[in-house]
Design a protein around this ligand. Structure first.
Ligand code: SAM
Length: 292
């Protein structure tokens, strides 16, 4: 491995993810998410679209592990959309319970639309923006155009789903337009992730990443791909364990019901036996009375 590639394999990328929900779409990018925090050291991180909070918590995990001074914000209505599906309050409440305990001292969940949240951020204030809301071309272009003034001179934008060509997803189309205008790096795994350097004075490592020679870039993509697969495997095992736990709980419930039913059958048998004994005693008595 050459020095140019070696310098991108920094310690945080080898962490194990701590928070993984049931949707694994972003899990393969977690090592690169770790890398972005470790190497860009953003003062302010904003995520548009958090759902179960997996991408966001992976970045918060790194901020906490490295004791960085990053302030992080996740914006979402936590109601869903036509691509992620619509969902109820439990997802937000579960995430908030986890997030606030682990990351609440430097991070906030902002429950609003992306447009409503714009007013809470000054122009030129965001170093790292992750856009992962609704994935139609019109929606993601609107999100990028409305948030780009908020980016600082160091600003970098991550786009998820640049490699999805179905169900009216259009991030790929915006990505093709943007990568012709700004330095960029991209992954095709896990629905694709785009890394776009928008700021005029970015961290040098961001530009170095974007100017890797093809063979080095391919090697690095392979290395992050392997680590990403390990993260996906971890969540698959975790989901498998959860299913086994649910299965065992429902078996236990069925066992309990069977035990209750057989207890009440035993009681009924006993009552029947008592009734039968009483009846035969009565019959015996009445036989004797007739004989007398
Ligand atoms: C694909 S999910 C985010 C997944 C998340 N980044 C992950 O992989 O861990 C998209 C989320 O964006 C939210 N969303 C979409 N459009 C939005 C908008 N205009 N304002 C607020 N939230 C929005 C949805 O509620 C949904 O939870």
């Amino acid at each position: 491995m050459n020095e140019k590639v070696n310098k991108f394999l920094t310690p945080a990328i080898f962490q194990s993810p701590l928070h993984m929900g049931p949707v694994n779409a972003w899990h393969g990018h977690m090592p690169f998410g770790f890398w972005c925090i470790e190497n860009l050291k953003p003062k302010t991180l904003v995520e548009l679209g958090s759902h179960y909070g997996d991408s966001f918590c992976s970045m918060c995990q790194t901020i906490k592990a490295l004791k960085l001074f990053t302030k992080s914000y996740a914006v979402d209505t936590w109601q869903g959309d036509e691509h992620a599906g619509f969902y109820d309050d439990r997802i937000y409440l579960n995430l908030k319970a986890y997030h606030d305990v682990h990351y609440g001292d430097f991070s906030r969940l902002i429950r609003s639309t992306f447009d409503e949240a714009l007013k809470h951020f000054a122009d030129g204030s965001i170093d790292l923006l992750h856009i992962d809301g609704l994935h139609t071309y019109e929606a993601v272009k609107h999100d990028f155009d409305s948030w780009v003034p908020k980016l600082s001179e160091r600003g970098v934008v991550l786009f998820h789903d640049i490699n999805v060509h179905e169900r009216n997803f259009g991030v790929w189309k915006l990505w093709n337009e943007l990568k012709a205008q700004y330095p960029s790096f991209e992954f095709s795994i896990s629905h694709g992730l785009g890394f776009l350097v928008v700021g005029k004075n970015p961290p040098p490592v961001a530009l170095e990443l974007c100017s890797l020679e093809d063979s080095d870039a391919e090697f690095l993509r392979g290395a992050f791909g392997r680590l990403g697969n390990a993260a996906i495997l971890q969540s698959t095992v975790q989901e498998g364990r959860n299913s086994v736990r649910h299965f065992e709980a429902s078996l236990q419930e069925k066992d309990n019901r069977i035990r209750n039913l057989s207890d009440s059958l035993e009681q009924r048998d006993l009552l029947l036996k008592i009734q039968a004994a009483k009846m035969s005693a009565l019959a015996e008595n009445s036989k004797r009375t007739i004989q007398v």
